[in-house]
Design a protein around this ligand. Structure first.
Ligand SMILES: [Zn+2]
Length: 218
């Protein structure tokens, strides 16, 4: 065996991991907050250092986690959905961004999140080009390296903006009408490294907090 190579396969388990929710076990919420904070911190670091592809990959992972949470919540009320392939895919384990946007465009009723899905899907196509085509020269792909890097920079910046927008919608869907205790995993400030302001609903004394705590639960 050559030095630096291992005979062990990188992937040993073909079963996809499933997302666990904060209510499923003690410590999950705190562990997820910490992971999201670290991811946001790394995105900011990679982006400012010019590592746009790393930033873009992490943004995708974070956006997918936010959508996956919403899918899990909505699928709980859709037992009959088992018959559709895309629904079965989402129940199997971690799903890709394209699967999640497709699924939510069927399930989601919230207008703001539906609008975000269109934006996410548009960003996802730009992300695919950056991640998969950087080193490829084709009949319709003749950009120089500098042009590709400039595009990667734009995709990463747009991704941060899309992520923060989705997070705002997600916070509202988590809190609004249900009270301050129904926080999002990013609450109060997991995305602060990316410039996202702390959650209005979680901030003590905020107008949103006062509104949310006096409303009856849905
Ligand atoms: Zn909050």
């Amino acid at each position: 065996m050559k030095e630096g190579r291992s005979s062990q396969p990188l992937v040993t388990n073909s079963v996809k991991p499933k997302r666990i929710s904060a209510s499923s076990a003690p410590g999950v919420g705190a562990a997820r907050f910490n992971l999201l904070w670290k991811t946001a911190e790394r995105i900011a670091m990679a982006n400012s250092a010019g590592y746009y592809l790393e930033a873009t990959t992490l943004i995708e992972s974070l956006v997918a986690d936010r959508l996956e949470k919403r899918v899990q919540f909505l699928l709980a009320d859709h037992a009959e959905a088992e018959s559709k392939k895309v629904f079965r895919e989402a129940r199997k384990g971690f799903a890709e961004l394209g699967t999640l946007t497709k699924l939510l465009s069927t399930l989601e009723k919230d207008e703001a999140l539906r609008a975000s899905l269109v934006v996410i899907d548009e960003w996802r196509r730009g992300r695919n080009k950056v991640i998969h085509q950087m080193a490829k020269l084709g009949d319709t792909v003749r950009d120089t390296w500098d042009e590709r890097l400039a595009n990667a920079r734009k995709v990463a910046a747009r991704g941060i903006s899309v992520l923060c927008e989705v997070d705002l919608v997600d916070r509202r869907l988590s809190h609004d009408g249900r009270g301050v205790q129904f926080a999002s995993a990013t609450c109060p400030n997991a995305l602060e490294p990316l410039g996202q302001a702390p959650c209005d609903w979680c901030a003590p004394g905020s107008a949103a907090r006062a509104r949310s705590t006096v409303r009856p639960r849905r």
